[in-house]
Design a binder for this molecule. Structure first.
Ligand code: ZN
Length: 560
């Protein structure tokens, strides 16, 4: 980080220099120039130590609130507003054309103060917000009625005047480390109410970064956390309780990662009834301890670490189950099914099943079959299939048994599967639901869309040798005597549950291996080399588009 000193003040002429202070400088900048800086991305509104902004200016229905309208009209009338805070993050200035079409040199900056004021002005500047009704300005003796207009609707003469005369006071910090920037952000925001995720995020811990990456509406790759209903401040697939402004979405990620890390479910005493969601104190502790974690990918909650990779896998399966079944006619109001508590429960169940059936079996599960089965339970009205409250459960000999009862004065209530699914958040709710499902899974797992897949995907060189020793070095297809370019083939396809064992292996020439393609699904195609896939296109067995799809899957999984 380069310190600003008297010698390089030249490069700061975009900011009208006022004076330096320890670790930065104060200045002011023209309204229009500052807005253009923001528009151009030279000012980054979302540094990683911040969860700054919660207004819905990306939605069509956004009109702003009273605080925002007052801020704008006061500023336009010439009231002094407190300085905006920026952090200088690079030491090489870049060229920038300012509001007056003049080229100036500037350093890249971050919004340090959360950006509520900057974003408010910017929304006004680009036409999303208007000044209040009845707003007038007197300029050079002439009065202008500007009521309910945005900046883009202001007369040119007014814009020109205001652009030249209005300035923002700016504090630019030039020497802050990431940690100090997080601290500064907290100090600057103490005047406002900071939410818990904002507060925790400002510490730049691995867990906060990972949870934001995976679970927040502004950066997640999963549609369940990002896709909003048209013009409504509500996620499309999740219940309204999981609205994005509450930042509940990345809390789901944090709950899952914390519970998986501590192996929560296997450490609960038989007479306790804890919630699956950790207390606020507990979550704060985890974030606090994360500060002392090893840096780099070995850290517990690093985005590329073991825990977060598992969480990512779980989220991708949940995303598929929810999104790909969202048009199912049996649920007109399907989104009320997907609440914070149902997602936490489903996520933890998937984690258990990954342990039980293996990574591939869950990753490649058939989401439609799974949903179909789940739906039959959600819609059931069979009275026997009800949970008795405040009892711990266990599956014994294929039946769900009560293994502990809480002492109660009144009679115990019974709850239907759907109710427990949507709202239950304690260990007993989880045990009961999972027990009901697993008893049925035990009868027929594939009805739930799960096929147990060998965790070993491919034959090893040693296994190949064993097959060659057994069968000889020749194609195993009847009447074929090709001895070159032989491949070890799963007799029963791997994706149908065939084992990667020599008993299920045979040598085939590439022609006879490809012949099986007529019945090949994606998983078998993934097994083929690029050359073989190209061979299939030439033979007209598959379309180019399909091959590109397969190559994409291979790329994602790091094959070839
Ligand atoms: Zn052959």
């Amino acid at each position: 980080m380069k310190l600003v000193n008297e010698n390089n003040l030249e490069s700061l002429k975009g900011f009208n220099y006022v004076r330096m202070f320890l670790g930065g400088y104060k200045g002011n900048i023209q309204f229009g120039t500052y807005m253009e800086l923001f528009r151009s991305g030279i000012i980054d509104p979302k540094p990683t130590y911040q969860r700054p902004y919660t207004y819905d200016d990306e939605l069509g229905t956004y009109t702003g609130n009273t605080w925002q309208k007052n801020l704008i009209s006061n500023f336009l009338r010439g009231d002094v507003i407190p300085p905006l805070s920026l952090r200088q993050v690079n030491d090489k200035p870049i060229d920038f054309q300012d509001y007056n079409q003049q080229y100036i040199e500037l350093y890249i900056q971050e919004l340090l103060d959360g950006g509520h004021r900057t974003r408010t002005f910017f929304n006004f500047y680009q036409g999303l917000l208007t000044v209040p009704k009845g707003f007038t300005l007197e300029i050079n003796g002439k009065s202008y009625d500007l009521g309910e207009k945005s900046w883009v609707e202001f007369p040119p003469v007014v814009k020109d005047h205001l652009s030249k005369t209005l300035v923002f006071d700016i504090d630019v910090y030039t020497t802050l480390t990431d940690t100090l920037a997080g601290e500064k952000f907290r100090t600057l925001n103490n005047l406002h109410v900071m939410t818990d995720p904002q507060w925790r995020n400002s510490y730049r811990k691995q867990i906060s970064y990972s949870c934001r990456q995976l679970g927040s509406f502004d950066s997640s790759e999963f549609e369940i956390f990002t896709k909003r209903e048209n013009g409504v401040n509500k996620l499309l697939y999740l219940s309204s309780k999981v609205s994005h402004t509450g930042r509940v979405t990345d809390e789901i990620v944090s709950v899952l990662s914390i519970r998986i890390k501590e192996n929560f479910l296997s450490n609960i005493e038989p007479d306790k009834y804890p919630s699956l969601v950790p207390s606020k104190t507990k979550i704060d502790d985890v974030y606090e301890n994360d500060l002392h974690e090893k840096k780099g990918e070995s850290g517990s909650y690093h985005i590329n670490g073991k825990i977060m990779k598992r969480v990512k896998l779980i989220l991708s399966v949940m995303n598929r189950i929810i999104v790909n079944n969202s048009n199912d006619k049996r649920f007109k109001k399907i989104n009320t099914l997907w609440t914070k508590s149902s997602l936490v429960k489903l996520g933890l169940m998937l984690n258990d099943w990954i342990e039980k059936y293996g990574h591939f079996s869950i990753e490649l599960m058939d989401e439609e079959l799974f949903f179909n089965k789940l739906t039959s339970y959600l819609l059931t009205t069979v009275k026997e299939l009800s949970m008795v409250e405040n009892c711990r459960y266990e599956v014994v000999n294929g039946e769900l048994k009560i293994v502990h009862k809480k002492t109660m004065k009144s009679e115990r209530s019974k709850y239907r599967f759907q109710g427990v699914w949507k709202t239950g958040i304690n260990i007993n709710d989880y045990e009961w639901l999972k027990g009901v499902i697993e008893i049925d899974m035990k009868k027929n797992l594939s009805n739930w869309g799960i096929v147990i897949l060998d965790s070993q995907r491919r034959f090893t060189t040693k296994q190949r040798q064993q097959v060659e020793d057994r069968d000889g070095c020749v194609c195993n297809h009847d009447g074929c005597d090709v001895t070159e370019n032989l491949q070890v083939d799963h007799i029963k396809p791997w994706s149908k549950g065939g084992k990667t064992h020599i008993d299920n292996g045979q040598l085939l020439c590439s022609d006879h291996n490809l012949e099986k393609t007529d019945t090949m699904d994606d998983e078998q195609l993934v097994d083929l080399s690029t050359d073989d896939l190209q061979g299939l296109i030439i033979k007209g067995k598959i379309e180019l588009g399909k091959v590109m799809e397969i190559q994409e899957i291979k790329k994602q999984r790091g094959i070839e």
